[in-house]
Ligand binder design. Structure first.
Ligand SMILES: NC(=O)C1=CN([C@@H]2O[C@H](COP(=O)(O)OP(=O)(O)OC[C@H]3O[C@@H](n4cnc5c(N)ncnc54)[C@H](O)[C@@H]3O)[C@@H](O)[C@H]2O)C=CC1
Ligand SMILES: Nc1nc(=O)c2c([nH]1)NC[C@@H]1CN(c3ccc(C(=O)N[C@@H](CCC(=O)O)C(=O)O)cc3)CN21
Length: 288
């Protein structure tokens, strides 16, 4: 899977697999440590903001990610913050752990906000991010839409977040929800570019994992997993005990993307409890 010019003279993206990012939860740090030698130094490692993990665990995970020579990208979930103090304390603790330079700001799943921040924009608009040393903010993208949020609301939110970050001189990237089908991803990238949002895009993809686990997460997050989609991906519904990696997804994306039209696009791996398996999959895919 190397970048090359194909017969049509189309420039495939240089190394969709060259600079990938990973996503872990606070609990995955132990496995990250033991798999560290298989992950290139400087790799971005996102730390998901789960409802069942606390601030201390997230901050400690970010600290370890930095210690291991990677770039921590901690998540801030707007709707899970109880107060402005909560946000300040979290940012200050991340700064202390040398883990505040790049973050993700996300709305979050609680149906009602647990504090004063209903969405990512309200966190960005506090001005607290830059003041605590944040330089780069990732926002979410949904190539297949979101089960609870209308498409026009999502697009407006991306535009507003992008504009607010520019105004504050903060760099912006867009990280997408994982999926099994490249069709909606490419179409969505084209819509984003048509809005003249030229930020780097990290396309979310699951690391190799058991079929049942992947389908469970897909259902939980409203990700398309129809029979035809999962078949194309290489998931066998009859072999529920099997494991599936994103081989075909990545190959399709490499064929369908064109740097001139689609800009800076890389891959973001949701490891779903399989940090080592994901690191090994990436290593192997790079050498194919
Ligand atoms: N892609 C990912 O990896 C993750 C996604 N999420 C999802 O983030 C969603 C939205 O976050 P962003 O894209 O950052 O949007 P956002 O924070 O920019 O908000 C966009 C619009 O959607 C509304 N909204 C946000 N969360 C909502 C919710 N849970 N229920 C109903 N309306 C909501 C907001 O009020 C706003 O109008 C959350 O609902 C959650 O499903 C959460 C964690 C990780
Ligand atoms: N709408 C939405 N909300 C999210 O919270 C979310 C997404 N989308 N998209 C994908 C990311 C990645 N997410 C996750 C969520 C849970 C684990 C996880 O490891 N959870 C369990 C592990 C065991 C299990 O699944 O049985 C845990 O220990 O909490 C990993 C990534 C959450 N994320």
């Amino acid at each position: 899977m190397h970048s090359s010019t194909d017969q049509a003279g189309r420039q495939a993206p240089p190394g969709l697999l060259d600079t990938v990012s990973l996503e872990i939860t606070g609990k995955d740090v132990k496995e990250l440590r033991s798999a560290a030698a298989q992950i290139p130094p400087g790799t971005r490692v996102n730390i998901t903001f789960l409802g069942n993990e606390n601030m201390a665990l997230r901050v400690e995970a970010a600290r370890v990610v930095r210690e291991l020579g990677f770039r921590p990208v901690p998540h801030v979930s707007a709707r899970r913050l109880r107060s402005q103090e909560d946000l300040k304390d979290y940012l200050a603790a991340l700064a202390e752990a040398d883990a505040v330079e790049e973050i993700v700001v996300i709305g979050g799943d609680p149906p009602e906000p647990e504090g004063p921040f209903p969405d990512a924009l309200s966190v960005i608009s506090t001005g607290l991010l830059g003041a605590h040393g944040v330089r780069h903010v990732n926002v979410a993208g949904y190539p297949e839409g979101h089960p609870k949020i209308d498409d026009d609301v999502l697009w407006k939110a991306v535009e507003q977040k992008w504009a607010a970050l520019r105004e504050q001189n903060l760099a912006c990237s867009v990280t997408t929800q994982f999926g099994f089908d490249t069709g909606p991803v490419v179409a969505w990238i084209e819509k984003l570019r048509a809005r003249e949002i030229n930020s780097p895009i990290r396309v979310g993809v699951p690391g190799p994992a058991g079929v049942q686990r992947l389908l469970r997460y897909a259902r939980r997050f409203g990700v398309q997993s129809s029979a035809s989609v999962v078949q194309k991906y290489g998931l066998s519904l009859t072999g529920l005990l099997g494991t599936a990696g994103p081989n075909r997804f990545v190959e399709s994306l490499e064929t369908e993307l064109d740097t001139d039209r689609h800009g800076d696009v890389s891959l973001h791996f949701y490891t779903f409890g399989g940090v080592r398996a994901t690191a090994e999959w990436i290593q192997n895919a790079r050498h194919e």
